[in-house]
Design a protein around this ligand. Structure first.
Ligand code: SAM
Ligand code: SF4
Length: 331
């Protein structure tokens, strides 16, 4: 019998220890790069999984060697009952790290409950510190609520949340240094994410700004030292301004392959499992959930790991894939 202590390794020698589990495809924002302005209407394969079904998946994954689970969405905090579900996840033996990614709108109300439920780390997506730009990107989001949520999270006992920031040329690239400053002033770690062509609207390339350009901009004001990777670090290159509490990470999904470091699998809220964000290949886990078949589920997850592609073929030209909404996969 396999236990969480035996590493789960794919055919390319990568240790797979991280599951991104989406609990909903609904959201209380409409970021223009992620969702159509009217939201999502189409549901695949019989709707959203129940919490019992999501828990079965999480337990099977941890049984195979997954050590970290990140709950994502859509916006995970809009799903009723999420706090109770998180506390069930936190109790899975062998799960070492439970994290959640949120847009932060509901954090001021929910941070304390999330902390008590056993969530260890929060990532908050925040693409602008300017209220107008923030509202334009999110189609109406209120920056002040997110900033209040960041503070409430710390007051509740969380370490300063990590901020995910999608940098888009001509939209928020003028704020790169403001975000970098926050690693000194507020202790947040910032992860700059290259804009990805999820929806592939016409002219999407104009938003792309390579990670190296982001680093070069920060280096005009601050020296940067390289940061050692932790056991659950994802595929970001991490740096620190000397003396800052927070680090600066760069995720170069488009300009540079980080696939050789990929440590994750993904499961959507409808039970579609994916070994690669940018591959159209997916496996429907529902047949092993209704009725529950733990062994079949574990075998299906194992197959997803063993069929993980060596690398994706995303690039700024000549790249084709089915359009997808990050809100359905969870980023
Ligand atoms: N609603 C939550 C949030 O926004 O944090 C969780 C789900 S969201 C889909 C997860 C992450 O995907 C966010 O950090 C978001 O910025 C990122 N994302 C969505 N669409 C993207 C795109 N086209 N390019 C790069 N990142 C994207
Ligand atoms: Fe919602 Fe997150 Fe997508 Fe923005 S990035 S629309 S907050 S799911």
């Amino acid at each position: 019998m396999l236990s969480g202590r035996i590493p789960l390794v794919d055919p390319h020698g990568r240790k797979i220890n991280y599951l991104r589990l989406s609990v909903t495809d609904r959201c209380n924002m409409r970021c223009f790069y992620c969702m159509p302005k009217d939201g999502i209407t189409k549901k695949e394969h019989g709707g959203i999984l129940s919490y019992e079904e999501l828990l079965l998946i999480a337990q099977a994954a941890v049984g195979l060697g997954i050590e970290k689970i990140r709950i994502t969405g859509g916006e995970p905090l809009v799903r009723a009952g999420i706090v109770g579900f998180l506390s069930q996840l936190a109790e899975i033996p062998g799960l070492r790290h439970l994290a959640l990614t949120t847009n932060g709108l509901l954090l001021a109300e929910m941070a304390l409950d999330l902390y008590k439920a056993g969530v260890q780390r929060l990532n908050v997506s925040l693409d602008s510190l300017n209220p107008q730009t923030f509202s334009a990107i999110t189609r109406g989001g209120d920056l002040n609520k997110v900033l209040a949520g960041l503070q409430t999270a710390e007051d509740a006992g969380f370490p300063p949340p990590k901020i995910n920031c999608v940098i888009m040329r001509g939209v928020n690239d003028a704020e790169i240094l403001d975000f970098a400053d926050r690693t000194l002033s507020h202790g947040n770690s910032i992860r700059f994410i290259e804009y990805m062509p999820a929806i592939k609207e016409d002219g999407w390339q104009r938003y792309c700004l390579a990670g190296d350009e982001i680093l070069a901009k920060i280096s005009t004001r601050y020296p940067l030292e390289q940061v050692e990777k932790g056991p659950f670090s994802g595929p970001s290159r991490d740096f620190r301004i000397p003396g800052a509490r927070g680090s600066i990470g760069i995720i170069t999904a488009v300009s540079g392959h980080f696939c050789h470091e990929c440590n994750r699998i993904r499961v959507t809220s409808t039970g579609q499992a994916k070994g690669c964000l940018f591959s159209d290949a997916k496996t429907n886990l529902v047949p092993w959930l209704r009725p529950p078949d733990r062994e079949g589920l574990a075998a299906a997850l194992r197959r997803i790991v063993s069929s993980k592609p060596a690398q994706h073929d995303i690039s700024t030209d000549g790249y084709t894939h089915e359009n997808f909404m990050m809100s359905q996969i969870g980023g």
